[in-house]
Design a protein around this ligand. Structure first.
Ligand SMILES: NC(=O)c1ccc[n+]([C@@H]2O[C@H](COP(=O)([O-])OP(=O)(O)OC[C@H]3O[C@@H](n4cnc5c(N)ncnc54)[C@H](O)[C@@H]3O)[C@@H](O)[C@H]2O)c1
Length: 327
């Protein structure tokens, strides 16, 4: 289902712009800005500002949290944004609330307030058809697909002996199967654009074992492997595939009763800040969590010219926690 508050939704793809978007990101900006301006650009685009002017970014799990913060960061740089999210309020086998359809609409409004164009699509990353339809609509509207953030995920806290078969399936079908389907749906469009970026949000838990998030952490180890294999498969297409692996981040994914109770057993009504302070005691810089905007800054790194020849990399964004992992 697409929600579109723009009036000019039927823009034809511009082959000139499409060609300009191939290759490196910075070189295309000026040509793209001219084209966008001719079609009725936002204030920022018209001014030709921003490293992502003329680019289109597709963000799974974009209704809130890391996905929305990353979408906002890309919008500030002039990108057109597509927010893909299930926005269902809840999901079977997931024990914390998910965003609603209204939250997805509010996210779109936040992006548009930044002067960017924004389309939303209410769909499920576990469905290849949903993602293919959303990406086709993306290209139909904006002319190309250039940056994909594979981010939609669900969590689980509890000992590995306690996970149910249904929880296990939901975790792997969403966090691994969903990322695979994002990749499969995106690659033909990124090839059409002459190359692009896929950025996978993994986790610092994909560096070690973990006694609270063992099953969830396993899905993120799989994401790192998927991203490296995608880097091998699509490098010659100019598609750079990299991973951002955050530590604890202040979003409803982590800041919920089920997770906090597992992280501070024996404490009545533990808060996110108390958990963060506890973690901070054992990190090298005395910090125990990140804000979503800090993760977004690392996502942005993989959209820049500085990373145009980097692929298969895993960037730890974990307040020094990675210093204790073996690799
Ligand atoms: N918050 C953390 O501490 C943390 C740490 C490391 C990694 N991560 C990872 O970062 C990513 C984003 O997490 P977040 O903290 O922003 O969580 P969040 O719960 O705030 O956002 C996740 C988004 O994904 C969407 N989503 C879930 N299942 C979906 C599905 N089947 N189809 C489409 N959309 C779906 C949700 O509706 C939600 O908007 C996840 O992959 C998560 O595993 C989070």
């Amino acid at each position: 289902m697409t929600h579109d508050t723009e009036t000019d939704t039927d823009r034809p793809a511009d082959p000139t712009r499409r060609a300009a978007l191939g290759g490196t990101l910075g070189a295309a900006a000026a040509a793209a800005a001219v084209t966008m301006g001719a079609r009725g650009a936002s204030a920022q685009e018209a001014a030709g500002q921003g490293s992502l002017v003329g680019k289109t970014a597709f963000v799974t799990g974009g209704a809130r949290g890391i996905g929305l913060a990353s979408a906002e960061a890309m919008a500030r740089e002039g990108a057109n944004i597509v927010l893909f999210d299930i926005a269902s309020g809840s999901l079977p086998n997931v024990d914390y609330p998910l965003p609603s359809e209204g939250d997805l609409a509010a996210a779109q409004a936040r992006i548009e307030e930044l002067g960017a164009e924004c389309m939303t699509y209410q769909g499920d990353v576990r469905s290849l058809e949903d993602q293919q339809a959303a990406m086709q609509q993306t290209v139909d509207r904006f002319g190309s697909l250039d940056i994909v953030l594979a981010n939609a995920g669900v969590g689980h806290a509890g000992a590995i002996g306690s996970v149910t078969a249904e929880e296990f399936s939901t975790l792997y079908e969403t966090n691994v199967g969903g990322y695979l389907k994002t990749t499969q749906a995106a690659v033909p469009h990124l090839r059409d654009a002459g190359g692009g970026r896929i950025i996978y949000v993994s986790s610092g838990l994909a560096r070690t074992g973990n006694d609270i998030f063992g099953i969830y952490g396993g899905t993120k180890w799989a994401v790192n492997g998927l991203a490296k294999s995608a880097a091998l498969a699509y490098g010659r297409d100019g598609i750079m595939c990299n991973v951002v692996a955050p530590g604890l981040v202040r979003t409803p994914f982590a800041d919920n009763a089920a997770v906090l109770a597992q992280m501070m057993p024996g404490t009545e009504n533990p808060t996110f800040d108390a958990v963060s302070e506890m973690i901070a005691q054992s990190t090298p810089i005395g910090i125990g969590h990140l804000e979503p905007e800090e993760v977004a800054a690392s996502v942005m790194f993989f959209t820049t010219d500085a990373t145009k020849n980097m692929t298969g990399e895993v960037l730890d964004v974990s307040y020094g926690s990675a210093a204790t992992s073996v690799a």
